[in-house]
Write a protein that binds this ligand. Structure first.
Ligand SMILES: Cc1ncc(COP(=O)(O)O)c(C=O)c1O
Length: 425
């Protein structure tokens, strides 16, 4: 039996899918450990790999990742607290977010958590905080947008000319301005870029790394000594969603990086990565149950319980995020052409909109009521989505009523703090 058949068999044996729990996400911790080992094996010792917590913000996934040797890259106060709950030490956390509040910044600087500055206004806030905490051990870098172009998916491309992330390096006089910024601030010791995620070619990612490495060299030369000691090169290694094959591998990326920017493979800089999807995606699956089937206009439709609530990207942007599914009989045997006829199938989710589909018009062995459906490669950014209803810190809901000139506003759902959300997890 394959690993995945064993996973289905143990889920059925343990009776974990029933009328109340109709969707489960399963993470394979052995797979995760091997993936982290592959990442470490591909790069030399001056590389430290942090996990992009947004890809899987579950304490019980983060704890093992920490034990396997990863740090944590967090991009919101919620992720920061989740990482702290998972036991990551301040020195192993890096905080990236384009919308850090003064209190987020103070928390980081006071507690020696490293961070990347997104823009000049944020820099001004940090200037004040550094005066308050002059002995902070936070390693602070500037996030650079190298403006080198887009990958295949616009919404995951962060190095476009007009990207919302980072300091636009190629605009106007920005390069020289940045060099002066570093010269005036000896505490700016790192530099950061993240060219994009799924859909970006390895060559584009490597180009982004080359731009910040050359910039770091230029800044250090201008200052007259090596002030920048760390290069944070982001995540973004894409994942193959079309088969079980792990491609591209960490080794392929390392080879391209080495050919493009050999300097980062010497010990001159500490290099941090922030891989998310490449660590988590292929080590997780969603298992759900077929509640009903029907035929509409010649299409076999299998309605399951996994839809936009756990497969958000796929439901809303199906062309960018296609997923593979496999059907299983209620006893756990895989549906194949040997035990079922092939039919054009839509596997649907439970949400009340027509686009709530896991896959459309796929020739699949015919699914029937009470079958199980496994949705592959969903260990990152799917069932662990930190944007979901369980974890919306700082979002309150208000109602207004009355005449325009005397509107009454009432809170109808109090905003949870991050601490409130964590205490419910
Ligand atoms: C700054 C930063 N680092 C790392 C990541 C992780 O990207 P991926 O999951 O594609 O590796 C992201 C993704 O949005 C990001 O914005």
């Amino acid at each position: 039996m394959s690993r995945k058949q064993n996973i289905i068999a143990s889920a059925i044996k343990a009776n974990i899918i029933d009328d109340n729990l109709t969707v489960v996400g399963v993470m394979d911790l052995d797979g995760l450990q091997k993936t982290v080992a592959d990442a470490y094996a591909a790069f030399p010792e001056n590389f430290f790999h942090t996990f992009a917590v947004k890809a899987n913000a579950l304490v019980n996934v983060l704890k093992p990742l920490r034990e396997y040797g990863m740090g944590a890259e967090v991009a919101s106060p919620g992720e920061l607290m989740i990482a702290q709950s998972a036991g990551f030490e301040a020195k192993d956390i890096i905080f990236d977010s384009p919308a850090k509040t003064i209190s987020d910044l103070r928390t980081c600087i006071k507690h020696n958590i490293s961070l990347n500055v997104d823009n000049l206004q944020e820099l001004e806030r940090i200037d004040h905080l550094i005066k308050e905490f002059p002995n902070t051990k936070s390693v602070i870098g500037f996030r650079i947008n190298p403006q080198i172009g887009s990958g295949k998916i616009a919404s995951t491309s962060t190095a476009t000319a007009t990207s919302k992330f980072g300091f636009a390096l190629a605009d106007g006089n920005n390069r020289q301005q940045l060099i002066n910024i570093y010269k005036d601030r000896p505490w700016l010791q790192s530099i950061h870029t993240h060219t994009g995620s799924q859909g970006c070619e390895l060559t584009l990612m490597a180009h982004g790394v080359k731009v910040i490495t050359e910039l770091a060299e230029e800044i250090n030369t201008f200052i007259g000594h090596q002030q920048i000691v760390r290069l944070d090169i982001g995540g973004g290694l894409p994942v193959n969603f079309t088969s079980e094959e792990v491609t591209p591998s960490f080794q392929e990326y390392a080879d391209i990086l080495k050919a493009t920017v050999p300097l980062i493979f010497t010990k001159k800089y500490q290099v941090k990565t922030e891989f998310g999807r490449a660590i988590a995606a292929k080590n997780g699956v969603i298992i759900t149950r077929v509640e009903y089937t029907k035929n509409s206009g010649g299409r076999h439709i299998a309605t399951t319980h996994a839809g936009a609530q756990v497969l958000t990207r796929t439901a809303f942007l199906p062309k960018s995020w296609p997923l593979r599914v496999t059907g299983y009989l209620p006893c756990g045997e895989e549906r194949t052409i040997d035990n079922s006829e092939l039919v054009a199938t839509d596997v649907a989710g439970p949400c009340c909109f027509a686009g709530d589909l896991i896959c459309v018009n796929q020739l699949l062995p015919k699914l029937t009521v009470n079958d199980y459906v496994m949705v592959h490669d969903t260990g990152g950014y799917y069932f662990s989505n930190h944007f979901d209803y369980n974890s919306l810190p700082r979002v309150g809901v208000y109602a207004v009523s009355g005449p325009d000139d005397a509107l009454k506003i009432d809170c109808i759902r109090k905003a949870d703090t991050v601490e409130d959300v964590l205490s419910k997890m």
